[in-house]
Structures are given as C-alpha cells and as structure tokens.
Design a protein. Sequence first.
Lengths: 394, 166, 102
Amino acid sequence: MDYSFFIVSLVKTAVVFAALMTTLAYLQWVERKVIAHIQVRPGPYRVGPHGLLQPLADVIKLLTKEDLVPPYVNKLLYVGAPFLAITMALLSISVIPFGPEIRVGGTHTYMQLTDLNIGVLFVLAVSSMGVYGVALAGWSSNNKYALLGGLRSSAQMISYELPMSLAIASPLLLSNTLSLRELVEKQSGNLFHWNLLSGPFPQIVSFIVFLIAAFAETNRVPFDLPEAENELVAGFHVEYSSMKFASFFMAEYANMITVSSMATLLFLGGWVAPWPAKYGSGLVPVLIFAAAGAIALYHGVHASRRRDTLSFPVVGIVFLGVAAFFLLPVVQEWLLPLFWFCAKTGGILFLFMWIRGTLPRFRYDQLMGFAWKFLFPVAMANLLITGLAVALVS
Amino acid sequence: MDLILFLVFGAIALVCAVNVVVQRHPISSAVSLIGVMGSLAILYLLLGAEFLAAAQVIVYAGAVMVLFVFVIMLLNAGTEIRQGQSFTVQLLGVPVLIGLLVLLAFLGRLLSRPETMVRFGDFHGGGPKAVGEALFTTFLLPFEATSVLILIAIVGAMVLARKEMD
Amino acid sequence: MQQVPTSWFLMLAAALFTLGVAGFLFRRNIVTVFMSIELMLNAVNLSFVAFAHQHRQVDGHLYAFFVMVVAAAEAAVGLAIILTVFRNRGTLNIDDVDSMKD
C-alpha cells in the first residue's frame, strides 16, 4: 500500500483547513473595517490593536452563548440544516487550486486538495446542494417569518444559478476543459492570455454576469433581502443561536471565498502573473510589502498617539520582513503564484465588501425579475456569441 | 475498497428509499429522496459515469428535489392519515411486491454476464468529452427534441400554476 | 475483494424499483406518490449506467441523461398540476379527488 498519498493529502487538508478557518474569521474583521472606513468611522478598534482580536472575541461569544433548541422545531432538520450549509460550503474549497506543482521534501504534489476532471461541475453541484441548508432551516424553524425568508432566499439562489452556469460555460468554451487546474494552465502567459481578455471573444460580459450572479448566490448586498436584519425579522436564521447561527455565517463567508476563487480561476488566470516572471513580476509583492512597511515605519516614528509608537514600527518591520522573504529564490516558486492567486481573490472579496458598503438592496420582485428577464438572456446571448466566435476561428 | 464503497452507499440508498415510502410527512420523504440521489451519484462515480454523477447532483438533487421541497413547503402538506386497506390488498400486496423484486433481480442476473466486475477506474469513457461527443453526433435528434420538450414544460407549468386574473 | 459484480448493481436497482412501486401503490398523499415515481426513474437510471459499464459504451449514460431531463420536465408540470388540484379541491389525498368516479 502506498501510504505517502494519504499522508500528503492529510497534511494538505490540515493546512488548507487551518488557513481557511483563519481566513474566514479575519475576513469578517476586514469586512467590518472596510465598511466602517467607507462610512467614515473607525470600525472595531478596542479589542486588541486596531481590533485584530475582535474575531477571537466573537468566536468566544458565539461558543459560550446558550445553544437553545426551541421545543416547537423539527429537531432533525433544525440541527441538520446548518450542518448541511457549512459542509457544502467547505466541500467546494477542496477542488480549488492555489498554485502550481511544488516539491516538498521528496514528493511532488499539487497545491490543491484534489484535481477532479469535472472540477467546475463539482463546484456547481455542491453549491446547488447548499440551497437545502437555507430552505430546510426556514422550514424546520416552524415560524412564518423564517419560512418566508427561507423560501425567498432559496428561490433567489436557484434563480441565479442559471445565469451563473451560463456565465461559467462561456470561458469553458475558450479553455476546452472542465478541470480547474488545466483551466489555469491554459491561461498561462501574460495578461492577454487570461480568459477575461483573450481568445476570439473577450469574456468581459460573462465576467460581469458571473459577479452579479455570485452576489445573489451568496446572499450578499444588493441581493440580501432574505436575510437582512430589518426585513422579515432576519429571515431564515431567526430561530438559531450560538454555534448554529455561526455556521450559517461561516457558510456565507466560505461561499464568498469559493465564488471569488472561481471568478479568479475562470476569468483572471488563477495564479498566473500579469507579465511573466522573467520580466520582473516577482518584484511586485516585494515592492508592495516594502512600501507598506515603509509607510508603517514612517507613521510609527511620527506617531500621533502614544500607543502607536510601539505598534506601527512593529507592523512596519513585519512587512519589511515579508518583503525580504519574497526575495528568497527557494521560496519564490510556490509563494509567488500563491501571492497572485490571493491578490486576485482578495481583490474580488474587497469588491464584495465595497459594494456592501455602497449600494442599497433590491426589492424581492425586482431581484427575481432582474435574474429572469435581464441576466439570463444576456448570459445566453454571450454564450452564443462566444460559441460562434470559437467556431469561426477554429 | 470498491466493495466497501458499494456496500456503504448501497445500504444508504436502500435505507433512504425505505424511508421515502414509509415516512408520514412528505418533507421527510423528500429529504430521504435527496439522500437516495446523493448515494446513487456516488455509485455512478464507481461505475465510471463522472459527468452523469455531476449531472445527477446538479439537475436531480439540486433542482428537481428543490422544486418538490418548495411545493411541500408552500402547500403545507401535513402528515398523512393512514386509512385501512381492502382485504385483497392486505393479502396480496406484499407477496406481489416480493414477486416483482425476485423477477427483476433474476432478470438482472440473467442479462449481466456474471464474470463482469466493476472496478473503479475501469471505464474511462464516461467523461464530459465522450458524453458531449455522443450527445451532438449520435443523439442529436433526442437532444433537440428534449430541448423543445423542456420549453413546452416551462410554458405549461407557468400557465397551470399562475393565479387567475379575474 | 476489490471488485463488485455488475449483477449486484442491478439487484440494487431492482430493490429501489420495487420500493418505488410499493410507494406508488400504497401511499395516499399525491406528493409522496410523485416522489415514488422519481425513485423508480432513479432505479432505471442506475441499471442503464450499470449496463453501460458492462458493455463499455457511453450510450447508457446518454439514455440515463435523457431520462433525467424528461423527469425534470415531468416534475415541473406534475407539480404545477398538484398545485392546481390543491387550489381547487383543498386536499392532497388522492382518495378525495374522486368526483368523476361513479
């Protein structure tokens, strides 16, 4: 029996899981800070330096809250629904490739938990199953508001799955493969090989359709009517408390990470740098971190508050250390692609948060009409034109 | 390993199927049917039908069953009151079903060559490429016909389900 | 011990089909009857895929795919009919919708 495959997979699973859980917690911190700064206020500030321990405080609060199971709920479905939601949300991360093949010790392995040759279909399938978490949560709560919120939310999710699938199908015509790793490998080169800007028909329209459908799939503003606090008494999760409530929110952030990663892989070239490494794209992260470190050191020296004389120089030195770390050639072969992947995914996540702080929300009938009467025909027209362009060229 | 996978997911499929038939509330039957479809998707993967497994989860478990769950939630279908059955049904019901099961199992054993074994990775022709090629060459007419069928079903369902404008 | 005979898949399909027939004949709630029909269709799909594996052809997958598509269309129309029946008769019990019986 060849055990090295199992051991390598276990190690990769542990690493990805740990990184994902930390990212989920700190993504919420980033979101609160971004929205706060859009609204010209400081955001979480008191718990730890600049609120960095706020996610930890939130986790402790959620874990120690009373986990109430109301007596009038359907117990099996009530407990099973958040479990289903978080399972499906985390399962779709298992096929996302973070980088190219790397060599650790003596083994070659991909920076991906598993490479299915139907990877895109797997992500679509798992997100279709995620609808049940919401619908069954709404039903099992035995509450009119929860039921209405759950029905609305799941109807919204399945309606927007259609334009999303069609928007996914268009770059697949250009790349000719369903495996996520091969999808990125076919976009290698430079900026103009990315599916967004390449091929016989640049996929700009389908990128925008995919992003809009992704906002609706993950129930984010401007499509978050079913779960906003002031609509329908917070929708389908009104009867949930403590860890089950936290599961729904973790599932929402994990879904956000999944759709941002899918947008990066399908349209923005995954871990491929905008221009090849031999022309110096390896220096971009070094410059960014060095600039951030220099700014932090400058503000540390000319501090306006007394406590900043310690925190800012420490942050500055850490950033300069990271910049120097990027210069090591032995680290560059796996860290640079990972940096580009995280930068692109992070950019799309920032877009999610930016739009949350800026736009008002749609009314439910406007939302459904938009999906069926506008997005779906546009996505279908884009698919037809892409197919025509590919057929004419080849 | 394949044997364990088959036994586990076959058992899950059977238990969920029994649950579909036995449960009194339709929503429990619906959730059990989703379980059946999920385990069948894993069995399709064992048989090398990777595209079909994904299509089963996306179309069947992820769209058709959502439709069922919506209708059950909208209609608020309550639990079923078990009514008595006629004497003939009580006498002959279960034996006839067992007879049907034996007949089908016998046919299955007859039609499958007994030496064929299923091993994961035996059959590589079930990928999206092979299915796509067959779909657009050999099966083009059924493909176009089912497209029209889906269109008819959409229009029919919308006409049937809308509220009357008085 | 690593392999499964194809006939076991067919026997599983036979068992699922029989359970579907049992649900179809014995249950009184119209939605449950409909779900038993879907169970029967799934059993047939499993047997198609098992035979496709045995003959090493992809045609069985295509038949199963078309069965899936037709089942989706049938579910849409059937559920719309169920909604209409519920709106007009107020019941989901198939024994109560017998006003055309003599």
